[in-house]
Design a protein around this ligand. Structure first.
Ligand code: ZN
Length: 487
């Protein structure tokens, strides 16, 4: 997180280009459907959102794994109805269990979902499903419908680029993700995906295991891995049953046999598991950043998120936010000057008082949004050759109630010297081959994963409590320490 990234052109600007395309022929069904975009616009929209997503969520750095997944995806996409799209497959550095597609042929799997899979065929099933969303133009019709509803609402608050509407936590590209597909679209993508993976000789029954894993993981306790993949999808067990019913007959289309556990798991050896604390982490309401050696205390009880370019906190009532980010200026006062020169910003007061011993420049301001007036504090602090910006603001109506919490939060920036924080390391996946036959409980005892429970060990390995694991089975365990900094 926290890299200096220029704000990207909001995708909404592109969406709102006054081009009504009317009908287009759906590449999968051959039927005409109402869409707002040509294929070229679809690709351009995907390309811009891809930049947004890659910047906000981050691409996982494992070139070999990336190349392998790209090869798998390209092979399946070549079998699809739209082989000529600029297909792009990425692994996102994100611990949540997720996979999604953008218009134009951009497909993402998170390292979180990879950590939960046990064979190449399972991954092929997921990638094939997402390819199906693109070939059937689900995303684009989805955007079209959402867009139709949105035309007339305007672009929202863009008076001051630093101030965004509450709850709009992420870049415009990410908003595309929150538009969910219909059940019919999911079934269609499931069916298309089965076809693409079968064409590459993968065993389609592996997909049933994926849905089982999703069902189990969504019931698991580990709160920071709630699978977003599920929230927009129909019940995974229904989909499992449907897929089993389709593929267990003697249909020659579904006779693929590729389903390689060992080869796949070996690609995950050493992969980061869960949140990577080197990129900053929360303990309760406190944000710690080990590489940049600082902490910031958010108000208690707020909802927080750590994205690549910003750390966000939103009040429960969504009437106030605190945003932490980096700016390019070397001096806090130069940074403050540029901020206050922003369009629509009215300065109420300034201060050059230091913050916890660090050089700082602060200001109180007011800004007129399209629908409301906001009031807030901005604090720029210089620490270890970087200039940080803490921005806290609330609606004018809730200013009195929020003022003191905001003032405290934006001035809570302080250096960290605790070695336990500075030296924290991510947890990783380690592979173990069982010497003897044993139960899952026996495996967990013999090869412990100190920070995850038995259920999770079972889910990531595809075994259940009481299952007997044959001798010679390659298994994952999670090694590493729990996060420091608990209070
Ligand atoms: Zn889907």
């Amino acid at each position: 997180m926290l890299r200096q990234i220029p704000r990207l052109i909001p995708i909404l600007a592109l969406i709102l280009m006054p081009v009504l395309q009317g009908c287009a022929v759906n590449p999968v069904t051959g039927q005409r459907q109402f869409v707002l975009f040509t294929e070229r616009q679809e690709i351009e929209m995907g390309r811009q959102a891809d930049q947004d997503i890659s910047a906000s969520l981050g691409v996982y750095e494992d070139p070999e794994l990336a190349r392998w997944i790209d090869e798998m995806g390209q092979a399946m996409a070549a079998e699809s109805e739209r082989p000529d799209l600029p297909w792009t497959f990425r692994v996102l550095d994100d611990p949540t269990i997720n996979a999604f597609a953008l218009p134009g042929g951009y497909i993402y799997v998170t390292r979180g979902i990879l950590a939960h899979l046990t064979s190449d065929a399972e991954l092929a099933g997921i990638v094939g499903h997402e390819i199906g969303h693109v070939t059937a133009r689900h995303g684009i019709t989805r955007v079209s419908r959402a867009q139709l509803a949105q035309v007339g609402l305007g672009l929202g608050m863009i008076l001051a680029p630093d101030l965004r509407p509450f709850g709009e936590a992420a870049g415009a590209g990410l908003q595309l993700l929150f538009l969910s597909n219909s059940r019919d679209a999911e079934r269609e993508a499931d069916d298309l995906g089965l076809g693409y993976m079968s064409a590459e000789d993968y065993d389609p029954r592996a997909v049933a295991r994926v849905f089982e894993m999703l069902a189990r993981a969504s019931g698991a306790e580990d709160g920071d891995r709630i699978p977003g993949f599920l929230s927009t999808h129909p019940d995974p067990l229904d989909r499992r049953d449907r897929i089993l019913a389709r593929t267990t007959g003697d249909d020659p289309e579904f006779r693929g046999t590729r389903d390689d556990r060992d080869g796949f798991l070996q690609r995950l050896d050493g992969m980061i598991f869960g949140t990577n604390p080197r990129e900053g982490f929360f303990r309760e309401n406190v944000f710690f950043h080990p590489d940049m050696a600082f902490r910031l205390d958010y108000p208690r009880g707020w909802r927080t998120a750590n994205t690549r370019d910003e750390v966000q906190g939103v009040s429960g009532e969504q009437d106030a936010v605190v945003l932490l980010g980096l700016v390019q200026e070397d001096s806090p006062s130069a940074a403050r000057q540029r901020f206050l020169a922003g369009q629509g910003i009215e300065t109420i007061g300034r201060s050059d008082q230091s913050v916890n011993g660090l050089p700082a420049a602060s200001a109180e301001f007011r800004v007129q949004g399209e629908n409301a007036t906001f009031r807030g504090y901005v604090v720029f602090v210089r620490h270890q050759d970087r200039t940080f910006r803490m921005l806290g603001y609330a609606t004018q109506a809730s200013w009195n109630a929020r003022q003191s919490a905001l003032s405290q939060a934006v001035r809570s920036f302080q250096p960290v010297t605790d070695r336990a924080i500075l030296d924290v390391q991510p947890r990783t996946i380690e592979l173990v081959r069982t010497q003897n036959q044993m139960t899952l409980e026996g495996f967990h005892q013999r090869h412990p994963s100190p920070t995850v429970d038995l259920t999770t060990v079972g889910v990531i390995n595809g075994f259940r409590s009481g299952d007997v694991i044959p001798a010679g089975t390659l298994m994952k365990r999670v090694v590493g320490e729990p996060l420091p900094g608990g209070e």
